[in-house]
Design a protein around this ligand. Structure first.
Ligand SMILES: Nc1nc2c(ncn2[C@@H]2O[C@H](COP(=O)(O)OP(=O)(O)OP(=O)(O)O)[C@@H](O)[C@H]2O)c(=O)[nH]1
Length: 273
């Protein structure tokens, strides 16, 4: 049996005054309850803070993961966009890229008042290559010509695009008539001088090129450039192939119709293929 004697001794005066007993008891209970509430509140605060910290950490790591994923996605998108501008067979830019690029470069030419040059370049008698050596050899020639042109372009702003079939278009910003003819002639010469390796052996190839260079005027559209270069290409083909022709810009004094470069001796047009 516990000894309640000391407790009774402590409370005995209080028991004589019930209202004091009630007051002290209520006060003790209130203080106890308040202390309990304080402890619970403090624990809740700590728990909330820890939860908030955990949440913040988790948000930070997720944000980082998201940023990495977005960067990767951006890179993949760019690679895909880049892929979409390339011609599958030749590896150079495709026609869709050409259509956009020429318009952008015409705007730049107009804005900066600098000449923009276009070359339309076509492999001579390409049908005969296909017919005599097969389409795989023809494909190898298209690839070889594309790479050769690419290797001869010196400025990063120069672009070679496969315009279609065995025809290529070169966009050469900041290039005047003399410059475009010199470059086209260098390409023609290199292609004529060095045969292309194919599965059936080395094949000699010739090309014809039509050039046009002008500062784009506000009324001009891309088809004006293409038409002018095409006219020069037509003259090159009909003038004997394996040559470069220029359509002068309206203000230029050069007379149209004169071959800018003559067929190189020993590079017979029909007999080679
Ligand atoms: N192997 C191959 N042949 C193609 C490709 N695209 C177009 N051709 C062929 O290229 C040939 C082009 O023939 P033409 O337009 O007569 O031109 P060409 O024989 O070069 O004659 P000229 O341009 O007048 O010198 C056609 O036989 C097409 O089938 C291709 O991707 N691969």
């Amino acid at each position: 049996m516990p000894d309640f004697q000391p407790v009774l001794f402590f409370f005995s005066p209080l028991l004589q005054f019930p209202w004091l007993f009630i007051f002290v008891t209520s006060l003790s209970i209130s203080i106890g309850a308040a202390l309990c509430a304080l402890v619970v509140y403090r624990k809740q605060l700590i728990w909330q803070r820890e939860t908030a910290e955990r949440l913040e950490d988790s948000i930070q790591s997720r944000t980082l993961e998201l940023q990495v994923a977005l960067t990767e996605l951006g890179e993949k998108n760019r690679a895909l966009e880049e892929q979409n501008t390339l011609d599958a067979l030749s590896g150079v830019r495709n026609r869709a890229y050409f259509d956009k690029k020429i318009q952008a470069e015409m705007k730049r030419s107009r804005r900066e008042q600098r000449p923009l040059a276009l070359v339309m370049l076509d492999i001579d008698h390409f049908k005969q290559i296909n017919d005599q050596h097969g389409h795989l050899a023809g494909d190898a020639v298209i690839r070889g010509v594309a790479q050769r042109i690419q290797s001869l372009l010196k400025r990063s702003s120069d672009h070679v695009c496969r315009y279609g079939g065995e025809e290529f278009a070169l966009i050469l910003p900041n290039t005047d008539a003399d410059g475009v003819v010199a470059l086209a002639e260098q390409i023609r010469q290199s292609i004529a001088d060095t045969p292309f390796d194919t599965e059936i052996g080395a094949l000699s190839v010739r090309i014809s090129a039509g050039c046009y260079a002008a500062i784009a005027e506000s009324a001009m559209v891309s088809s004006n450039y293409i038409q002018a270069a095409d006219e020069a290409l037509y003259r090159a083909k009909h003038g004997g192939r394996n040559q470069v022709q220029l359509t002068p810009a309206p203000s230029a004094e050069t007379a149209a119709g004169q071959p800018v470069t003559e067929p190189t001796e020993g590079t017979a047009d029909e007999s080679e293929l």
